[in-house]
Design a protein. Structure first.
Length: 121
């Protein structure tokens, strides 16, 4: 599990399905995601499906910190990001310099995967 400490906030990433922010040892926010296998020349991707910030931590920039770290971790792994979660998609649209757009075919593959595995979400 990858863990990064920034400004007194701990970001933890299990590398498979959860990126979370811990404050005083308690979860303040998270991004649920899955890794989509690559096909042919297409690389595997991190697919963000759900972002949650606990009500007591709303308005503190937790969601933005999660998004930055999510994209940073994907870039470090050489993976594109497919932001299917509405919050992550909006963040990516408003931060194109930090959030490269995913290939449309990759986005469609991620959506199809979610539809066929809907019980996971």
């Amino acid at each position: 599990m990858d863990s990064v400490e920034k400004d007194g906030i701990r970001l933890q990433d299990d590398g498979r399905s959860l990126l979370e922010v811990l404050i005083d040892g308690r979860q303040a926010g998270r991004i649920d995601y899955f890794l989509l296998d690559g096909e042919g020349d297409s690389p595997a991707a991190r697919v963000g499906v759900h972002t949650v910030v606990e009500p007591s931590h709303e308005g503190q920039g937790i969601g933005g910190r999660l998004a930055v770290e999510f994209y940073r971790a994907a870039a470090a792994e050489g993976r594109p990001v497919v932001p299917l979660c509405p919050y992550l998609k909006h963040w990516a649209d408003t931060h194109p310099d930090q959030a490269p757009a995913a290939d449309p075919e990759l986005v469609q593959r991620a959506k199809s995967y979610m539809e066929t595995h809907s019980s996971l979400w």
